[in-house]
Write a protein that binds this ligand. Structure first.
Ligand SMILES: [Zn+2]
Length: 304
């Protein structure tokens, strides 16, 4: 039921009332999954959270949605008594940065790519979701930003943060824990779920495929991969995601080149053989195909 709860909560945040939203948050059971002696994944309602604890303090990657902050904090407290000292945001979306204000007010320092701070500093509009995300308060903004790479040395791990060219958004980063052989891929990997691709924020489906191709040489067969959404996976799971994306994108792109309208493309069901495994409440086949169509059409219009 995890997926159902998550998707209802996401839809509630986007289009429903605050009351429904609060109700969904109250129902969420936050899970803590160990990946090594000092690295865990915390799964709530939004993006998966990576957590490392130890003598250098508690460092987390992403922090879910605003109403979950106290539950996330309680889950982290089952791993360590130390407060959250540092947060890394893999991108600006509210289901990955929603706890920034809560933890920032308690003194946590926030790190992210330059474009994450820029987007969070101003109101963002999404054509796909027909919604607006207000600018974040100062305390919720990243205080350390970087352009291409950043290395953290924490809790016996060398943690490389790597920014990739526009893909899910224009401010995506992945993090690799070198000694532990674990990576958090943010929303560049939706495991077993059709992804959201935020075209309004500079993303594209081709960019997602290119980002996976760029990161594959940095990963290895024994590595545990934390996706932005869905269960912990490995390189084979990531390759399966890439194959699905590339196949649907190629089919849709051909139809775009033939001059078909979005309605015509939807009728042809270009994702038909993937729908059973990858579609979910929030991203049914038609919505996913429309994202791929819009992305392919935008690339064609730009002459790429
Ligand atoms: Zn996202």
């Amino acid at each position: 039921m995890q997926g159902f709860k998550y998707s209802c909560a996401l839809i509630a945040v986007l289009v429903c009332s605050a009351a429904v939203h609060a109700q969904s948050a109250a129902d969420v059971e936050v899970k803590v999954i160990p990946l090594s002696d000092n690295i865990h994944v915390v799964m709530g309602m939004g993006g998966n959270i990576g957590v490392t604890t130890g003598k250098d303090g508690t460092f987390i990657i992403d922090d879910d949605m605003p109403p979950l902050a106290e539950k996330i904090e309680a889950a982290i407290a089952t791993i360590s008594d130390d407060p959250v000292k540092m947060i890394f945001n893999t991108h600006w979306h509210f289901d990955h940065t929603g706890g920034n204000k809560h933890f920032g007010e308690k003194g946590a320092q926030i790190i992210a790519h330059d474009n994450v701070r820029e987007r969070m500093s101003t109101k963002q509009s999404s054509a796909l979701f027909n919604n607006e995300t207000p600018a974040s308060s100062n305390v919720a903004l990243p205080v350390v930003t970087f352009d291409n790479t950043l290395t953290l040395h924490l809790n016996r791990n060398t943690i490389k943060a790597i920014h990739l060219p526009p893909a899910h958004t224009d401010g995506d980063s992945i993090l690799i824990f070198e000694e532990a052989n674990i990576a958090h891929l943010g929303d560049l990997f939706f495991n077993g779920m059709y992804p959201v691709v935020d075209i309004s924020a500079g993303g594209s489906v081709q960019g997602m495929i290119d980002a996976i191709d760029a990161m594959l040489p940095m990963l290895n067969a024994d590595m545990q991969l934390i996706p932005g959404h869905g269960p912990v996976s490995d390189i084979e799971g990531l390759k399966e995601f890439r194959l699905m994306l590339a196949t649907v994108h190629s089919r849709v792109n051909t139809l775009v080149e033939e001059g078909k309208t979005v309605e015509e493309v939807l009728k042809l069901r270009p994702s038909y053989n993937y729908d059973q495994k990858w579609a979910w409440d929030f991203m049914p086949p038609d919505r996913f195909v429309k994202i791929v169509y819009d992305s392919a059409a935008a690339s064609a219009a730009a002459g790429n």
